[in-house]
Ligand binder design. Structure first.
Ligand code: NAP
Length: 328
Protein backbone atom coordinates (compact mmCIF):
# COMPACT_ATOMS: atom_id res chain seq x y z
CA UNK A 1 0.00 0.00 0.00
CA UNK A 2 1.35 3.47 -0.89
CA UNK A 3 1.91 5.67 2.21
CA UNK A 4 -0.76 8.16 1.08
CA UNK A 5 -3.30 5.31 0.97
CA UNK A 6 -2.49 3.99 4.44
CA UNK A 7 -5.39 4.46 6.86
CA UNK A 8 -4.16 2.18 9.66
CA UNK A 9 -5.06 3.77 12.99
CA UNK A 10 -7.78 5.93 11.42
CA UNK A 11 -11.49 5.40 12.08
CA UNK A 12 -14.41 5.89 9.71
CA UNK A 13 -18.11 6.05 10.57
CA UNK A 14 -20.29 5.29 7.56
CA UNK A 15 -24.04 5.89 7.73
CA UNK A 16 -26.00 3.67 5.36
CA UNK A 17 -22.96 1.37 5.48
CA UNK A 18 -25.14 -1.67 4.83
CA UNK A 19 -26.42 -0.26 1.51
CA UNK A 20 -24.86 -0.12 -1.95
CA UNK A 21 -22.61 2.93 -1.86
CA UNK A 22 -22.13 3.03 1.94
CA UNK A 23 -20.95 -0.58 1.95
CA UNK A 24 -18.65 0.02 -1.04
CA UNK A 25 -17.11 3.03 0.75
CA UNK A 26 -16.69 0.93 3.92
CA UNK A 27 -15.02 -1.90 1.98
CA UNK A 28 -12.65 0.54 0.28
CA UNK A 29 -11.66 2.25 3.55
CA UNK A 30 -11.23 -1.12 5.32
CA UNK A 31 -8.99 -2.31 2.48
CA UNK A 32 -6.72 0.63 3.31
CA UNK A 33 -6.51 -0.33 6.99
CA UNK A 34 -9.18 1.88 8.61
CA UNK A 35 -11.37 0.83 11.54
CA UNK A 36 -14.92 1.08 10.18
CA UNK A 37 -18.25 1.37 11.97
CA UNK A 38 -21.42 1.23 9.90
CA UNK A 39 -24.84 2.53 10.94
CA UNK A 40 -28.27 1.68 9.54
CA UNK A 41 -31.60 0.25 10.69
CA UNK A 42 -32.07 -3.35 9.51
CA UNK A 43 -30.07 -5.97 11.41
CA UNK A 44 -29.80 -8.56 8.60
CA UNK A 45 -28.14 -6.28 6.01
CA UNK A 46 -25.98 -4.71 8.75
CA UNK A 47 -24.60 -8.08 9.84
CA UNK A 48 -24.07 -9.25 6.25
CA UNK A 49 -22.26 -5.99 5.40
CA UNK A 50 -20.07 -6.24 8.50
CA UNK A 51 -18.99 -9.78 7.55
CA UNK A 52 -18.19 -8.63 4.01
CA UNK A 53 -16.20 -5.61 5.23
CA UNK A 54 -14.14 -7.86 7.56
CA UNK A 55 -13.13 -9.99 4.57
CA UNK A 56 -11.94 -6.84 2.79
CA UNK A 57 -9.75 -5.57 5.64
CA UNK A 58 -6.09 -4.94 4.89
CA UNK A 59 -5.25 -6.77 8.16
CA UNK A 60 -8.36 -7.85 10.09
CA UNK A 61 -6.29 -8.56 13.26
CA UNK A 62 -5.35 -4.89 13.51
CA UNK A 63 -8.73 -3.47 12.48
CA UNK A 64 -12.08 -3.20 14.24
CA UNK A 65 -15.26 -3.43 12.17
CA UNK A 66 -18.55 -2.68 13.93
CA UNK A 67 -22.18 -2.53 12.87
CA UNK A 68 -24.65 -0.46 14.85
CA UNK A 69 -28.42 -0.54 14.35
CA UNK A 70 -29.92 2.94 14.59
CA UNK A 71 -32.59 5.04 12.92
CA UNK A 72 -30.57 8.06 11.80
CA UNK A 73 -33.74 10.15 11.65
CA UNK A 74 -33.81 10.04 15.46
CA UNK A 75 -31.39 12.73 16.67
CA UNK A 76 -31.09 11.39 20.23
CA UNK A 77 -30.46 7.82 19.06
CA UNK A 78 -27.76 8.94 16.59
CA UNK A 79 -25.98 10.95 19.26
CA UNK A 80 -26.10 7.96 21.66
CA UNK A 81 -24.93 5.55 18.96
CA UNK A 82 -21.93 7.73 18.05
CA UNK A 83 -21.01 8.46 21.67
CA UNK A 84 -21.14 4.77 22.62
CA UNK A 85 -18.32 3.90 20.18
CA UNK A 86 -14.91 3.29 21.71
CA UNK A 87 -13.14 5.28 18.99
CA UNK A 88 -13.74 8.80 17.75
CA UNK A 89 -14.09 8.87 13.97
CA UNK A 90 -11.58 10.70 11.79
CA UNK A 91 -13.99 10.48 8.86
CA UNK A 92 -17.76 10.56 8.77
CA UNK A 93 -19.30 9.40 5.50
CA UNK A 94 -23.06 10.10 5.39
CA UNK A 95 -24.45 7.77 2.73
CA UNK A 96 -27.82 6.83 4.29
CA UNK A 97 -30.73 7.83 2.10
CA UNK A 98 -32.70 6.89 -0.96
CA UNK A 99 -36.27 7.24 -2.12
CA UNK A 100 -37.58 3.92 -3.37
CA UNK A 101 -40.56 4.24 -1.03
CA UNK A 102 -41.25 7.87 -1.95
CA UNK A 103 -41.17 8.00 -5.73
CA UNK A 104 -44.15 9.48 -7.51
CA UNK A 105 -45.81 12.73 -8.52
CA UNK A 106 -46.74 15.24 -5.82
CA UNK A 107 -50.43 14.64 -6.40
CA UNK A 108 -50.01 10.89 -5.71
CA UNK A 109 -47.77 11.10 -2.64
CA UNK A 110 -48.99 11.00 0.93
CA UNK A 111 -47.77 13.69 3.33
CA UNK A 112 -46.14 10.88 5.34
CA UNK A 113 -43.92 10.08 2.31
CA UNK A 114 -42.72 13.70 2.10
CA UNK A 115 -41.90 13.36 5.78
CA UNK A 116 -40.04 10.02 5.56
CA UNK A 117 -38.03 11.13 2.51
CA UNK A 118 -36.88 14.25 4.34
CA UNK A 119 -36.04 12.14 7.39
CA UNK A 120 -34.08 9.46 5.52
CA UNK A 121 -32.14 11.91 3.37
CA UNK A 122 -31.85 15.30 5.10
CA UNK A 123 -32.29 14.58 8.81
CA UNK A 124 -30.26 11.36 8.67
CA UNK A 125 -27.39 13.49 7.35
CA UNK A 126 -27.91 16.56 9.54
CA UNK A 127 -28.27 14.56 12.77
CA UNK A 128 -25.19 12.46 12.02
CA UNK A 129 -23.19 15.62 11.19
CA UNK A 130 -24.38 17.34 14.38
CA UNK A 131 -23.62 14.32 16.61
CA UNK A 132 -20.16 13.99 15.06
CA UNK A 133 -19.25 17.65 15.32
CA UNK A 134 -20.35 17.77 18.97
CA UNK A 135 -18.05 14.81 19.75
CA UNK A 136 -15.16 16.31 17.79
CA UNK A 137 -15.39 19.71 19.47
CA UNK A 138 -15.70 18.13 22.92
CA UNK A 139 -12.57 16.11 22.17
CA UNK A 140 -10.73 19.26 21.05
CA UNK A 141 -11.71 20.95 24.28
CA UNK A 142 -10.47 18.01 26.38
CA UNK A 143 -7.20 17.80 24.46
CA UNK A 144 -6.46 21.49 24.78
CA UNK A 145 -7.10 21.41 28.54
CA UNK A 146 -4.67 18.49 29.01
CA UNK A 147 -2.05 19.99 26.68
CA UNK A 148 -0.72 22.18 29.47
CA UNK A 149 0.58 19.09 31.30
CA UNK A 150 1.54 16.85 28.35
CA UNK A 151 3.15 17.08 24.95
CA UNK A 152 0.75 18.83 22.51
CA UNK A 153 -1.40 16.43 20.49
CA UNK A 154 -0.42 15.75 16.88
CA UNK A 155 -2.37 17.68 14.25
CA UNK A 156 -5.43 15.84 12.96
CA UNK A 157 -7.72 16.39 10.00
CA UNK A 158 -11.35 15.41 10.49
CA UNK A 159 -13.45 14.94 7.39
CA UNK A 160 -17.19 14.94 6.94
CA UNK A 161 -18.46 13.63 3.60
CA UNK A 162 -22.06 13.95 2.42
CA UNK A 163 -23.27 11.59 -0.29
CA UNK A 164 -25.89 13.69 -1.99
CA UNK A 165 -27.32 13.31 -5.50
CA UNK A 166 -27.26 15.02 -8.89
CA UNK A 167 -31.01 15.37 -8.19
CA UNK A 168 -30.05 18.35 -6.00
CA UNK A 169 -29.29 20.26 -9.24
CA UNK A 170 -32.64 19.44 -10.89
CA UNK A 171 -36.30 19.34 -9.98
CA UNK A 172 -37.00 15.93 -11.49
CA UNK A 173 -40.74 15.28 -12.06
CA UNK A 174 -41.77 12.13 -10.18
CA UNK A 175 -38.92 12.60 -7.70
CA UNK A 176 -40.59 15.45 -5.89
CA UNK A 177 -40.12 14.18 -2.34
CA UNK A 178 -36.42 13.49 -2.95
CA UNK A 179 -35.11 16.57 -4.78
CA UNK A 180 -36.02 19.04 -1.98
CA UNK A 181 -34.39 16.75 0.62
CA UNK A 182 -31.19 16.50 -1.43
CA UNK A 183 -31.20 20.29 -2.07
CA UNK A 184 -31.36 20.74 1.70
CA UNK A 185 -28.29 18.50 2.13
CA UNK A 186 -26.39 20.70 -0.30
CA UNK A 187 -27.38 23.81 1.64
CA UNK A 188 -26.17 22.12 4.82
CA UNK A 189 -22.78 21.31 3.27
CA UNK A 190 -22.32 24.83 1.86
CA UNK A 191 -23.12 26.36 5.24
CA UNK A 192 -21.01 23.95 7.27
CA UNK A 193 -18.03 24.59 4.98
CA UNK A 194 -18.04 28.16 6.28
CA UNK A 195 -18.85 27.29 9.89
CA UNK A 196 -16.09 24.65 10.10
CA UNK A 197 -13.56 27.44 9.54
CA UNK A 198 -14.58 28.75 12.98
CA UNK A 199 -13.45 25.48 14.58
CA UNK A 200 -10.08 24.99 12.88
CA UNK A 201 -7.08 25.31 15.15
CA UNK A 202 -3.36 24.51 15.23
CA UNK A 203 -4.46 21.08 16.50
CA UNK A 204 -7.37 20.18 14.21
CA UNK A 205 -8.51 20.93 10.68
CA UNK A 206 -12.15 20.25 9.83
CA UNK A 207 -13.19 19.70 6.24
CA UNK A 208 -16.53 19.00 4.57
CA UNK A 209 -17.06 17.37 1.18
CA UNK A 210 -20.18 16.70 -0.85
CA UNK A 211 -20.66 14.20 -3.68
CA UNK A 212 -23.41 14.45 -6.29
CA UNK A 213 -23.59 11.01 -7.91
CA UNK A 214 -25.99 10.39 -10.76
CA UNK A 215 -27.71 6.98 -11.01
CA UNK A 216 -25.57 4.00 -10.00
CA UNK A 217 -26.34 0.34 -9.35
CA UNK A 218 -27.22 -0.56 -5.75
CA UNK A 219 -29.97 -2.40 -3.83
CA UNK A 220 -31.82 0.92 -3.47
CA UNK A 221 -31.50 1.63 -7.20
CA UNK A 222 -32.98 -1.80 -7.96
CA UNK A 223 -36.00 -1.19 -5.69
CA UNK A 224 -36.52 2.28 -7.17
CA UNK A 225 -37.16 0.87 -10.64
CA UNK A 226 -40.46 -0.58 -9.42
CA UNK A 227 -41.75 2.67 -7.95
CA UNK A 228 -40.61 5.36 -10.43
CA UNK A 229 -43.21 6.82 -12.80
CA UNK A 230 -42.53 6.07 -16.46
CA UNK A 231 -41.97 9.79 -17.16
CA UNK A 232 -39.20 9.89 -14.54
CA UNK A 233 -37.59 6.82 -16.07
CA UNK A 234 -37.67 8.43 -19.53
CA UNK A 235 -36.10 11.61 -18.19
CA UNK A 236 -33.35 9.67 -16.38
CA UNK A 237 -32.78 7.17 -19.17
CA UNK A 238 -33.67 4.26 -16.86
CA UNK A 239 -36.59 3.09 -19.05
CA UNK A 240 -34.75 -0.05 -20.18
CA UNK A 241 -36.24 -3.51 -20.58
CA UNK A 242 -34.28 -5.36 -17.90
CA UNK A 243 -32.17 -4.75 -14.82
CA UNK A 244 -29.20 -6.35 -16.63
CA UNK A 245 -29.37 -3.53 -19.19
CA UNK A 246 -29.38 -0.99 -16.36
CA UNK A 247 -26.34 -2.70 -14.80
CA UNK A 248 -24.51 -2.37 -18.10
CA UNK A 249 -25.48 1.29 -18.55
CA UNK A 250 -24.88 2.68 -15.04
CA UNK A 251 -21.75 2.49 -12.86
CA UNK A 252 -21.47 0.15 -9.87
CA UNK A 253 -21.51 1.36 -6.26
CA UNK A 254 -17.86 0.23 -6.03
CA UNK A 255 -16.78 2.45 -8.92
CA UNK A 256 -18.61 5.48 -7.50
CA UNK A 257 -17.14 4.82 -4.03
CA UNK A 258 -13.56 4.82 -5.31
CA UNK A 259 -14.14 8.07 -7.23
CA UNK A 260 -15.61 9.79 -4.17
CA UNK A 261 -12.85 8.63 -1.81
CA UNK A 262 -10.11 9.69 -4.25
CA UNK A 263 -11.57 13.22 -4.37
CA UNK A 264 -11.95 13.33 -0.57
CA UNK A 265 -8.25 12.35 -0.31
CA UNK A 266 -7.43 15.33 -2.54
CA UNK A 267 -9.54 17.66 -0.38
CA UNK A 268 -12.18 18.50 -3.00
CA UNK A 269 -15.38 20.05 -1.67
CA UNK A 270 -17.59 19.43 -4.72
CA UNK A 271 -17.37 15.87 -6.04
CA UNK A 272 -19.04 14.93 -9.34
CA UNK A 273 -16.68 12.14 -10.32
CA UNK A 274 -19.02 9.52 -11.73
CA UNK A 275 -21.06 11.69 -14.04
CA UNK A 276 -20.08 14.31 -16.60
CA UNK A 277 -23.73 15.45 -16.65
CA UNK A 278 -23.71 16.16 -12.90
CA UNK A 279 -20.39 18.00 -13.24
CA UNK A 280 -21.83 20.17 -16.04
CA UNK A 281 -25.01 20.92 -14.09
CA UNK A 282 -22.94 22.05 -11.09
CA UNK A 283 -21.16 24.69 -13.18
CA UNK A 284 -24.45 26.56 -13.61
CA UNK A 285 -25.35 26.22 -9.92
CA UNK A 286 -22.15 27.07 -8.11
CA UNK A 287 -23.61 29.61 -5.67
CA UNK A 288 -21.05 30.08 -2.89
CA UNK A 289 -19.51 26.62 -3.37
CA UNK A 290 -15.88 26.84 -4.53
CA UNK A 291 -15.47 25.95 -8.19
CA UNK A 292 -13.40 22.87 -8.93
CA UNK A 293 -9.69 23.07 -9.73
CA UNK A 294 -8.63 26.58 -10.68
CA UNK A 295 -12.22 27.39 -11.54
CA UNK A 296 -11.48 28.12 -15.20
CA UNK A 297 -13.30 25.12 -16.70
CA UNK A 298 -16.25 25.50 -14.32
CA UNK A 299 -16.56 29.21 -15.18
CA UNK A 300 -16.49 28.67 -18.96
CA UNK A 301 -18.80 25.64 -18.74
CA UNK A 302 -21.16 27.59 -16.50
CA UNK A 303 -21.81 30.08 -19.31
CA UNK A 304 -22.35 27.36 -21.91
CA UNK A 305 -24.58 25.28 -19.62
CA UNK A 306 -26.63 28.29 -18.48
CA UNK A 307 -27.00 29.70 -21.99
CA UNK A 308 -27.55 26.55 -24.04
CA UNK A 309 -27.89 23.30 -22.04
CA UNK A 310 -30.35 24.42 -19.36
CA UNK A 311 -32.87 26.07 -21.73
CA UNK A 312 -32.79 23.01 -24.04
CA UNK A 313 -33.25 20.65 -21.07
CA UNK A 314 -36.02 22.77 -19.60
CA UNK A 315 -38.00 22.88 -22.88
CA UNK A 316 -37.56 19.13 -23.36
CA UNK A 317 -38.87 18.34 -19.88
CA UNK A 318 -41.78 20.80 -20.32
CA UNK A 319 -42.76 19.03 -23.53
CA UNK A 320 -42.45 15.57 -21.90
CA UNK A 321 -44.62 16.66 -18.95
CA UNK A 322 -47.33 18.11 -21.25
CA UNK A 323 -47.37 14.92 -23.34
CA UNK A 324 -47.50 12.77 -20.22
CA UNK A 325 -50.47 14.82 -18.96
CA UNK A 326 -52.30 14.39 -22.27
CA UNK A 327 -51.98 10.59 -21.91
CA UNK A 328 -53.74 10.57 -18.50
N1 NAP B 1 -28.36 4.56 -6.28
C1 NAP B 1 -28.47 5.69 -6.94
O1 NAP B 1 -28.74 5.68 -8.16
C2 NAP B 1 -28.20 7.01 -6.28
C3 NAP B 1 -27.99 8.14 -7.09
C4 NAP B 1 -27.68 9.34 -6.49
C5 NAP B 1 -27.59 9.44 -5.11
N2 NAP B 1 -27.81 8.35 -4.34
C6 NAP B 1 -27.68 8.49 -2.88
O2 NAP B 1 -26.57 7.71 -2.45
C7 NAP B 1 -26.80 7.22 -1.14
C8 NAP B 1 -26.64 5.70 -1.12
O3 NAP B 1 -27.57 5.18 -2.04
P1 NAP B 1 -27.67 3.61 -2.36
O4 NAP B 1 -28.29 3.53 -3.69
O5 NAP B 1 -26.39 2.95 -2.06
O6 NAP B 1 -28.79 3.21 -1.29
P2 NAP B 1 -29.24 1.81 -0.69
O7 NAP B 1 -28.58 0.68 -1.37
O8 NAP B 1 -30.74 1.86 -0.67
O9 NAP B 1 -28.72 1.95 0.80
C9 NAP B 1 -29.25 2.95 1.63
C10 NAP B 1 -28.67 2.77 3.02
O10 NAP B 1 -29.18 3.80 3.88
C11 NAP B 1 -29.73 3.19 5.05
N3 NAP B 1 -30.77 4.08 5.57
C12 NAP B 1 -31.76 4.71 4.89
N4 NAP B 1 -32.52 5.43 5.72
C13 NAP B 1 -31.99 5.27 6.96
C14 NAP B 1 -32.33 5.74 8.26
N5 NAP B 1 -33.39 6.53 8.46
N6 NAP B 1 -31.58 5.36 9.31
C15 NAP B 1 -30.53 4.52 9.14
N7 NAP B 1 -30.14 4.06 7.94
C16 NAP B 1 -30.88 4.41 6.87
C17 NAP B 1 -30.23 1.83 4.57
O11 NAP B 1 -30.32 0.86 5.60
P3 NAP B 1 -31.70 0.53 6.36
O12 NAP B 1 -32.81 0.66 5.36
O13 NAP B 1 -31.50 -0.83 6.91
O14 NAP B 1 -31.79 1.56 7.44
C18 NAP B 1 -29.06 1.45 3.64
O15 NAP B 1 -27.97 0.98 4.41
C19 NAP B 1 -28.20 7.68 -0.74
O16 NAP B 1 -28.08 8.86 0.01
C20 NAP B 1 -28.86 7.98 -2.08
O17 NAP B 1 -29.88 8.96 -1.97
C21 NAP B 1 -28.11 7.12 -4.89
Amino acid sequence: MKPDQDLFGKTAFVTGGSGGLGKAISNALASRGAHVTIFSRRLGPLEAAKNEIVTNCADARRQEINAVPVDLADAGAVSEAFKSQTRIADFLYCSAGGNHAENGFFVDLKASQLDSCMKNNYYSTAYAAKAMLDIWLEDDKKSSSTDTQKEPKRHTTRKMVFINSAAAFLGIPGSVAYTPAKSAVRALADTLRFEFLRHNSAMTTYTVHIAFPADFVSPGFRLEQDTKPHLTKRIQGTNLASFEELENKFPSSEKVALGVIAKVDLGSFIICEDSLAAGCLFTNMTGLSPKRGLGIVDSVMGVVVGWIVMPVLRRRWERMCREDGERM
